[in-house]
Design a protein around this ligand. Structure first.
Ligand code: ZN
Length: 117
């Protein structure tokens, strides 16, 4: 290999190193904004997920709390409306307060104040 060959090899190696340097610089420059964007996106997503979970949990708690009011009290009456007599349907069967007052319970649960959620 003559002088021209050595110069050619040096030029090719230099070009490869130049391209490599350019690629690495581009990656380093792009990594910062994309890294920031990725972190922010992840944080926002986890925050949204946590809020949704919290809301579902409090809605569930609210429903359980309201339904607990519609129970048979210690005297066998209705805890929801205060009737001393058990609710009886047309066929003479006893109906649990929770089933008897289902529509009212749903109404109370659906108009739960936003602050309580
Ligand atoms: Zn009742």
């Amino acid at each position: 290999m003559g002088t021209a060959g050595v110069v050619g090899v040096v030029l090719v190696v230099g070009l490869v190193l130049l391209i490599l340097k350019w690629v690495l610089t581009t990656v380093a420059i792009l990594a910062v904004p994309f890294g920031i964007w990725w972190t922010c996106d992840r944080l926002a997503r986890s925050r949204r997920l946590r809020a949704a979970e919290q809301q579902a949990l409090s809605a569930q708690r609210r429903r359980a709390e309201v339904e607990a009011l519609a129970s048979v009290d210690a005297f066998g009456g209705c805890g929801w409306c205060g009737s001393r007599l058990a609710h009886v349907d047309r066929r003479g069967r006893m109906v649990m307060p929770r089933d008897w007052h289902r529509a009212e319970i749903e109404a109370v649960v659906s108009r739960a104040p936003a602050a309580a959620r």
